[in-house]
Design a protein around this ligand. Structure first.
Ligand SMILES: Cc1cc2nc3c(=O)[nH]c(=O)nc-3n(C[C@H](O)[C@H](O)[C@H](O)COP(=O)(O)OP(=O)(O)OC[C@H]3O[C@@H](n4cnc5c(N)ncnc54)[C@H](O)[C@@H]3O)c2cc1C
Length: 362
């Protein structure tokens, strides 16, 4: 294991460690690289690694990562899956090593609203200030905002000894929603988040954006999710929820890159503006009165594109409502035969589904 790495280990007393190791390796093989060597399995999470060994006494887990956030993510990933896949009584997991005794998750910040203003009829920019934000500038464009119950002092999540998050329950339960950091300025100590204002029943995210006033407090965890893709040519496709990510990806591109953007939005007053150092073209698709997620504009526009004319070594990036995501992913994989490594498609929200339910396929 490398010298600069942070390390932790846990010997987990569990029945049937060898079978548990098989199940864990099979599961992780679907998500990342797994190297299996007899009674040992090495799992590469991309941001850190775990070595799992089946011993007579149980399962030994050794984890390593290059910073406290990634180490915490690996511990959490191992603990959640061990507890989910172990048969018999739930094993006790106690980590020893780096990160010992941490109660505040290293990936959590309490943030305070500095300002909030309307960018367009359906987009609100909220500036949040917090301490020690440098870590949020690397390793993923997205965060989770945690909204405390209205009128109550916030109770924030803590880290359990086993590495999982302990979420406040009952009247202190938090709502959480995923957003993109549109701008981040660690020196000044703030981030900007552009939030779509939309209709719906509870909408804690949209409501927060509408009501945000200086001094309001929210939690933030992250960063996570996708990063800026590396390719000579990018096709970036998304509705308004993905415009912040598209804008950030474009701003990070070198002058040698080429990008084509296909952007759907409500009406002409919500048309996004993008900037990029490289060569850029944009197809703007206003819905002109049709409800978000029903117009099918993005799949139709992408199906009509001549991919070869966009440029060499193409990467296709998609963020949008679930049904458009399903149509686009099918089109990219089945009709265009784009390799998995050359595209990323994500459902950012889903009609009639709140929060994370949007991304659970039926
Ligand atoms: C990786 C990632 C990054 C994201 N980045 C951003 C971002 O930067 N800005 C942003 O605004 N959103 C972003 N989203 C989408 C955002 O998380 C969802 O739209 C979320 O559901 C909004 O929460 P809410 O509390 O407002 O509504 P919810 O409580 O989740 O949903 C309530 C109702 O509103 C509907 N609804 C949700 N979102 C929309 C919408 N955009 N338009 C119309 N109806 C909607 C739902 O279908 C549901 O019926 C991102 C999502 C992901 C996965």
């Amino acid at each position: 294991m490398g010298a600069a790495m942070l390390l932790a280990r846990s010997t987990i007393e569990v029945e049937g460690a060898a079978e548990l190791l098989d199940r864990l390796c099979d599961h992780f093989a679907e998500h990342g690289a797994v190297e299996r060597d007899g009674a040992c399995g090495r799992i590469d999470f991309g941001y850190g690694q775990a070595r799992l060994s089946a011993l007579p006494a149980g399962l030994e887990a050794e984890v390593e990562a290059r910073d406290p956030t990634y180490l915490a993510y690996v511990k959490m990933g191992v603990a959640e899956h061990v507890l989910e896949m172990a048969r018999g009584p739930a094993p006790v997991i106690r980590w020893q090593g780096d990160g010992d005794g941490l109660v505040v998750p290293p990936f959590f910040r309490e943030m305070r609203v500095v300002s909030s203003h309307r960018l367009s009829p359906h987009m609100q920019r909220v500036r949040l200030s917090g301490a020690d934000l440098q870590r949020f500038a690397v390793g993923g464009l997205h965060v989770r905002l945690l909204f405390p119950p209205q009128g109550r002092a916030p109770v924030w999540p803590t880290l359990a000894e086993d590495g999982r998050i302990l979420w406040p329950q009952g009247p202190d339960a938090l709502d959480n929603r995923v957003y993109t950091l549109r701008h981040i300025d660690p020196q000044a100590g703030h981030v900007d988040i552009d939030i779509v204002l939309h209709e719906g029943e509870a909408t804690p995210g949209s409501r927060f954006a509408l009501q945000a006033a200086p001094g309001d407090v929210v939690g933030m965890t992250g960063p996570g999710g996708g990063d800026v893709p590396e390719a000579q040519t990018l096709l970036l496709v998304g509705d308004e929820t993905a415009h912040p990510a598209i804008a950030r990806i474009l701003e990070a591109l070198p002058a040698t890159a080429r990008a084509h953007v296909v952007a759907e939005f409500d009406g002409p007053d919500d048309a996004p503006r993008f900037a990029c150092a490289g060569e850029m073209s944009v197809t703007l698709l206003p819905r002109n009165g049709l409800p978000a997620g029903t117009a099918g504009l993005l799949p139709r526009a992408v199906e009509a594109l001549d991919f070869a004319a966009l440029g060499p070594s193409l990467f296709v990036w998609v963020g949008c409502e679930f049904s458009d995501f399903v149509a686009l992913r099918r089109h990219l994989r089945k009709d265009r035969r784009i390799a998995k490594k050359d595209h990323l498609a994500v459902a950012y929200w889903r009609r009639h589904h709140a929060g994370d339910d949007a991304r659970h396929e039926d």
